[in-house]
Every structure is written in C-alpha cells, then in structure tokens.
Design a binder for this molecule. Structure first.
Ligand code: DGY
Length: 425
C-alpha cells in the first residue's frame, strides 16, 4: 500500500510529459497556466530542478506583448475540446487566446525561498534572473490591457480566465453573450466525467461564443478588452495579482532591480487604492463586479476569502469576512466551498458551485496564517488534508461529505498535498 506522499509523487511524475505536467491525462491533456505554477511547488518537495523547469516551460509559450496563455498545446490530443484548431491563435507553440490567474510569481518566490533555505540559491539564481523579466512582462500586460479604468483590478474576458469556470458570478454578466451562432460541437468533458459535475450546455455555448469572438478579432487583446461582451472585474484574479505583485517585488529586491521594484510598488499602490471597488457593502463581502453594468455579483465564493492572501489589512472588512467564515464553517464539514452553502444555487459536486478546491484552500490558508488568524488557517489546512486522506487526490471535493468531484489523480491536488496539506496540525 502506497503512502499518500508516494501517491502524490507518482501522480506528478505520471502526469509529467517532459518539462510540463498535464493536470489530468484524460480530462486535461495539455499544459495549463495556473495548474503548472501550483504543480511546481509540489515538484519542489522532491525535485527542485524539475520544479523550475515547469515554470520555464510555461513561459516559453509567452506572447511577445507579455500575455501568457491559459493552455499550451505542446502536442495535439483529440480527447479535449476546444483544441488548438478551435482557438486558431497564430502562435508557435499553439496556445489558447485567454489567460489565467497569475499565481506564477508567488509560486516562483516559494521556489526561490526554498532554494535559499536549502543553501543552493546560487545554482538557481541565473534561472531566477531569466524568469524575472518574463513575469514582469505578464504583470505589465495585466496593467496595460486588463485594467482599462486604472482601478488596480483585473478584467476577465472569459469565465475560463478566472479558473472558476462556471461560478454563478458569471451568470448575469454572461447573459448578453449571443449564443445563436455557436453552431454544433461535441463536448469531450462529459465523456470523461459525469455531466452532473460539469458546466451546463448554456454555459458551454457562452464559453464557445467568446472563443469565436476572440478568434474573429484575431486575438488582438487590446481590441478584445475594449469590445468583448463579457468584461468582469474578477475578485479572484484581482486579489491574486495584487499578491503576485508583492512577491515579484520581493524577487526584484533579491535581484537588486531598483527600477523594476519601483514600478511594481506603483502597481501595488494602484491596486491597494482601487480594490475597494470590489467590496459589496450590501452583502458585506468581496465579490466580482460587471464592468459593463457596474453590478456586483453579490455572491460569497471561495475567492471572496482571498483578501487575506492579497495582504489587505482592513479590520472592518476582515471582521465581516471572518463572520462569513464562521457561518459557512458551521454549515459544512470541509471548508472552503466554492459557493456559499446558504445560497439557493449551491450544488455540492457541480463545478465551482459548491466543491472545495485544494489550490484555493492553500491560498486562503496561507493568507489567514499571514494575517494572524491562526485558528481559521488551521481549520482550512486540516480540512484540506482530511479530504485528501479520506478520498484520494481528486480535482475537487464535496464540502458536505468529501466525495471526490472532477478528475482523479489530479496534479495540482497532489502538489498541494506535498507542499502544504501534509503538514497540517
Ligand atoms: C475546461 O475545458 O473545462 C477548462 O477548465 C478550461 O480551462
């Protein structure tokens, strides 16, 4: 019988395709952006060289303007839809035309801190030097292309960019998307997984309509940002980018890059000054907001709890979020559900409408611990470990009874076990 450590390592090495790791061989057979960044911290627990390679490979697919795609199609695979021919981007390697939550700087900082702690920072320093400008270019891209109102938030142009594909946060902003010309297509996700866990047909039609829109614009990101029918300030990406700016600033300081440090400090100041645009005073929570209508989603989701990870220290808002934390914690066996269980739309195993994701728990737990909310941080970490011990390393889990949801043998869940959950108190 393998230990969970051994199983987790075997998942990562089994999903390794040579320099990059697929999230799950059947459901997600390519390199995904934020998956890879989390996967790197898992590899780092037993193979640091391979950990750095994961992020290096991802950035080999960066476009000239700094944009970093959400999928890199290093090799085609018919088991996935929509594949490279549907996206039709003109980049080599083939990629999708949208991005994903920018966790890479934060995970790279962790790799660097670990290298220093092991005493082998000199060996990794040239690799850090090479990656730093690429990360900075991506952060600049967010500032220049995805923050048209200079508020210090991130405007998502596709639900898949947020990583929380079918969160109810996208229902109202998705209504104006015209799906009448989407045409026929065959989904592959529902042949691998129970349709009860997956987004609905209407949601998929909207995903595809947005892909077709971007393709018709020749994936001109500035034009898409101006004219896309879906433009939502995502609370998750906004908090994650603010946090990533702070980590990139720390790396700039390590490398003695004073000018870049100054620029990053300006990005942080802008985000700290503008992020209150995502505070919903009626619902007393952080939530996403439609840029086109100004309307809040009004949902308490797991992303609402990323304010701690973002390093926002606002006593009144923290207290309000901790009240939500206690209320939700009393309702579920395992924190943190992707949707408030008091919401009528809560579904315990349908993607992003209920299940718990280990990567989100990692960010929430880290943030709570850094802000001194130790009891809450420990609960999130213990619940994550318990889900994995009882059920194996699934993509996500029911917060009610721990049932695995989505793919099994999931790379980023294995990584979070190795890098964080296994040491839960
Ligand atoms: C999918 O295909 O379901 C992915 O989540 C897109 O990133």
């Amino acid at each position: 019988m393998m230990t969970l450590d051994e199983t987790a390592r075997a998942i990562l090495t089994g999903n390794d395709r040579g320099g990059y790791t697929v999230p799950n061989g059947r459901v997600y057979p390519f390199q995904w952006n934020w998956d890879s960044a989390f996967v790197a911290i898992g590899f780092d627990s037993f193979d640091p060289d391979r950990a750095w390679a994961e992020i290096e490979t991802l950035f080999r697919a960066q476009w000239d303007d700094g944009f970093l795609p959400h999928i890199v199609f290093w090799k085609d695979d018919e088991g996935y839809f929509p594949g490279p021919s549907v996206w039709g981007t003109a980049f080599d390697p083939m990629t999708s035309g949208i991005t994903q939550p920018p966790v890479a700087a934060t995970m790279l900082r962790r790799l660097w801190d670990n290298a220093r702690a092991r005493g082998d920072a000199p060996a990794f320093r040239p690799r850090l030097e090479a990656l730093f400008p690429k990360l900075l270019a991506w952060h600049r891209w967010f500032r220049d292309v995805r923050d048209p109102d200079s508020r210090g938030v991130v405007i998502a142009t596709h639900p898949w960019e947020t990583g929380r594909d079918n969160s109810p946060e996208w229902d109202a902003p998705g209504e104006p998307i015209d799906v009448s010309n989407v045409g026929d297509y065959v989904r592959r996700d529902t042949s691998h997984l129970d349709a009860k866990m997956r987004p609905t047909k209407l949601e998929y039609d909207r995903y595809l309509a947005l892909v077709q829109f971007g393709r018709a614009k020749g994936w001109d990101q500035a034009e898409i940002a101006r004219t896309n029918p879906f433009q939502v300030a995502d609370v998750g990406m906004s908090m994650i980018l603010l946090r990533a700016h702070r980590d990139l600033l720390a790396l700039a300081a390590e490398l003695g890059r004073a000018e870049e440090a100054h620029e990053l400090q300006q990005m942080i100041t802008r985000a700290e000054g503008g992020i209150d645009w995502l505070w919903d005073e009626d619902k007393h929570c952080w939530s996403s907001r439609d840029r086109l209508t100004g309307r809040f989603s009004g949902f308490v989701t797991s992303a609402s709890f990323l304010s701690f990870y973002a390093g926002l220290h606002d006593p009144l808002k923290d207290a309000a979020m901790l009240t939500h934390f206690e209320r939700i914690g009393a309702k579920v066996q395992f924190l943190m559900p992707s949707l408030d269980p008091d919401d009528p739309g809560f579904q315990m195993i349908r993607y992003w409408r209920g299940p718990v994701w280990a990567v989100v728990n990692y960010m929430i737990g880290l943030g709570l611990a850094e802000c001194g909310y130790d009891a809450q941080a420990q609960r999130v970490r213990r619940d994550t470990a318990e889900l994995m011990r009882r059920n194996g390393l699934y993509e996500a889990y029911s917060p009610i009874d721990g049932t695995g949801s989505g793919g099994d043998d999931f790379s980023w869940t294995a990584a979070i076990w190795l890098a964080w959950a296994r040491d839960a108190a």
